[in-house]
Design a protein around this ligand. Structure first.
Ligand code: BTN
Length: 248
């Protein structure tokens, strides 16, 4: 499955995901569309992604595979998160954390966001990482960039290539039945573990203490039954997570 990584570089695009949605038929699997800036960067849940020069902004796609089940594709956000962490570690070895479902955190702040979308028979993976950019004041409490922590400048193309190559290796591992190993690695960097969280999905919300990510890629949450009663573990495959107070 592993192939040479071709980078297609742009100065500015609306969104690298949107570009690939329109043009994926002209590219090959794992070709990378990267840009210095986006005019309409998109995040999950119809939110905007603030793009700026110095970020790693890129998208690529995975073709549907005959030997994959639907459950395998549901693991893609986790695989993309782990590939990002591994790829970054190869450049700068820091304490990256994986925040379920698909964010990378550093020093308790968001370093990277991932947006995966299906169009026709391909899964588009879009990744935005704060690398050499300085975050504007209003985001400084929530987000962090590599350069803000280390005062170094990084080669963005190198980071991107590392991540794509890790992503390819992890897909191969998944195909070879090694999901348990991948999951173990992800759980070792589980940002939410033991944190008090509120999980919102649709009109519902639950409050509890996050546990491990289970074999289906779902987050397990210890939900309190009642004042006297013991907790109950529930698992969730989707949802927006809000941190409450830390519990150790
Ligand atoms: C999120 O945090 O909810 C996901 C953010 C994903 C941002 C990246 S930047 C490259 C690609 N193009 C987009 O428009 N979005 C993704």
């Amino acid at each position: 499955m592993k192939k040479n990584i071709n980078l297609y570089k742009f100065k500015e695009l609306d969104s690298t995901n949107d570009y690939l949605e329109r043009n994926h038929k002209n590219y090959e699997e794992f070709d990378v569309i990267c840009t210095k800036n986006q005019t309409h960067g998109r995040a999950r849940r119809q939110n905007d992604w603030v793009s700026m020069e110095g970020m790693a902004i890129f998208s690529f796609f995975l073709e549907e595979r005959e030997n994959w089940k639907i459950e395998d594709y549901l693991k893609l956000p986790l695989i993309a998160g782990l590939a990002t962490i591994r790829g970054l570690r190869g450049i700068e070895n820091l304490e990256y954390k994986f925040k379920w479902t698909n964010d990378v955190y550093l020093e308790n702040k968001k370093l990277c966001g991932i947006l995966i979308e299906k169009i026709d028979d391909v899964y588009i993976v879009g990744i935005g990482i704060n690398v050499n950019n300085i975050l504007p004041g209003k985001l400084k409490n929530k987000a962090i960039s590599l350069t803000q922590l280390t005062n170094k400048k990084y080669e963005i193309e190198k980071i991107i290539k590392n991540i794509i190559s890790e992503f390819q290796m992890l897909c191969e591992k998944l195909e070879n039945g090694l999901w348990e190993d991948i999951l173990k690695e992800i759980n070792e960097m589980n940002y939410l573990k033991n944190k008090k969280i509120e999980l919102k999905f649709g009109n519902e919300k639950v409050l509890g203490i996050a546990q491990d990510i289970n074999e289906n890629g779902e987050i397990e949450v210890l939900v309190k039954k009642d004042e006297a009663g013991k907790g109950e573990i529930k698992s969730f495959s989707i949802g927006e997570v809000f941190e409450k107070i830390k519990i150790f």
